[in-house]
Write a protein that binds this ligand. Structure first.
Ligand SMILES: NC(=O)c1ccc[n+]([C@@H]2O[C@H](COP(=O)([O-])OP(=O)(O)OC[C@H]3O[C@@H](n4cnc5c(N)ncnc54)[C@H](O)[C@@H]3O)[C@@H](O)[C@H]2O)c1
Length: 379
């Protein structure tokens, strides 16, 4: 039975709580931590966590010495220090997205993870959706041939007051805008399926949130060795239509799932290749559904990893890759120049200080509230 602590008891903590409670024979929540302890007491009461002690800091939790696993659900700028302290205190970690606010912070987390041998998994719960997982498996079957182009639309919509929450809307605390905090999900999926690109050219803008320093739209072109990609991250898109579309030699496949295949007529114009489409569709439909989805599935994956001494599906190295691509987007979007990867420790954009010095500040954040609405969010 793994003993679990929860650090940060706001919106997303609810997903973690429900996930742990889905496996009562494998784990038990014994601690809830929030710097505003009333938040922690409220979650404890709502979910009837009789055995959970309330703490006002992760340092107090670290002193306990009997916690096996923590979920870190605090704002981005706190992630690195809390993750490092918890691993040093002997805990395994599930770390909410984004893994951290800079590559330097990610590397600090990776170094302590390797030194302590603890399990750390950055949250990327959207890998654990049946059509996403099975698209990844389909790509591995190599039915579509070499990928030429990938289009990622990470399109969300958020109202103005979204950025009034105290830690949102600043480079210092949120660490970035829609690219770091929303498109992070699709960028994880993109890297998982394609690997990192070698060059990035981006435009970042803030078009509809004049209460935030950070971007509410980014449009990026990615250059791979044999492919080109485009990524749009946004919180100004009504309807939040999202997709990842791969155009390959033999067919187009996408999430949400669709397939279309063309072959050439004698004159070079296309005709539909129904046979190839049927082959790809059948392969996709033959793949099994996941037993659990989203946060529940990722948390189950981490429980399994700890119980069996295995690596989790989402590794800290992959969390770092996501931050590397996002850092490149911010650097290119702020300097107006293409950026080559990797971004090394000698690059000013490697550190939070470098990002704060170089990133475009669109607007001043003037309003700051400690709580927004009823806590109901979509993920
Ligand atoms: N995976 C997803 O889909 C998803 C969705 C929403 C948010 N998130 C991420 O989860 C994290 C939290 O977001 P949220 O929307 O739940 O925010 P929130 O503001 O609702 O909750 C954060 C909680 O952490 C507490 N806190 C802040 N600093 C702390 C500290 N140093 N020690 C202890 N407690 C502290 C706050 O008091 C608050 O209760 C962010 O990193 C965010 O990007 C992930």
């Amino acid at each position: 039975m793994l003993r679990v602590g929860l650090i940060g008891t706001g919106n997303i903590a609810t997903m973690h709580l429900r996930a742990y409670l889905a496996f009562p024979e494998r784990c038990k929540i014994v601690a809830v931590v929030d710097k505003f302890t009333e938040n922690a007491h409220a979650k404890k009461a709502e979910y009837q966590l009789e055995e959970a002690e309330v703490y006002d800091s992760h340092q107090a939790l670290c002193e306990r010495g009997d916690i096996d696993l923590v979920s870190i659900c605090t704002p981005p700028f706190t992630h690195a220090d809390i993750a490092v302290d918890c691993m040093r205190a002997g805990m395994n970690v599930i770390l909410e997205k984004p893994m951290a606010s800079s590559l330097e912070e990610c590397d600090r987390i990776l170094a302590v993870q390797q030194e302590t041998g603890r399990t750390l998994s950055p949250v990327a719960q959207n890998r654990f959706r049946t059509p996403v997982m099975n698209l990844k498996k389909l790509l591995e079957q190599d039915l579509i041939g070499r990928i030429h182009h990938v289009q990622v639309d990470s399109l969300w919509w958020r109202g103005l007051c979204y950025y009034d929450l105290w830690w949102r809307g600043t480079w210092q605390q949120e660490g970035g805008g829609c690219t770091l905090n929303h498109a992070v999900h699709h960028i994880d999926l993109l890297n998982w399926m394609m690997g990192l690109p070698r060059e990035v050219t981006s435009v970042i803008a803030n078009l509809a949130h004049d209460n935030a320093e950070v971007e509410d739209l980014s449009v990026s072109i990615l250059r791979y060795d044999h492919a080109v990609g485009q990524v749009t991250g946004s919180v100004v898109h009504h309807g939040e239509a999202q997709q990842i579309v791969f155009q390959a030699e033999k067919a187009r496949v996408s999430y949400p799932f669709d397939v279309y295949a063309s072959i050439s007529r004698e004159n070079g114009f296309p005709t539909r290749d129904v046979e190839t489409e049927n082959k790809i569709r059948s392969a996709f439909q033959a793949l099994p559904p996941l037993l659990h989805e989203g946060h529940t599935a990722q948390i189950e994956n981490v429980l399994y990893a700890i119980e069996h001494g295995r690596a989790p599906l989402v590794t800290p190295r992959e969390g770092r890759d996501t931050i590397e691509l996002i850092t490149a987007i911010y650097k290119s979007g702020s300097t107006g120049l293409p950026v080559s990867l990797p971004i090394g420790p000698d690059d000013p954009w490697y550190t939070v200080q470098g990002i704060l010095a170089g990133a475009t500040r669109f607007h001043e954040k003037k309003t700051s509230v400690t709580r927004l609405g009823d806590g109901n969010i979509t993920v």
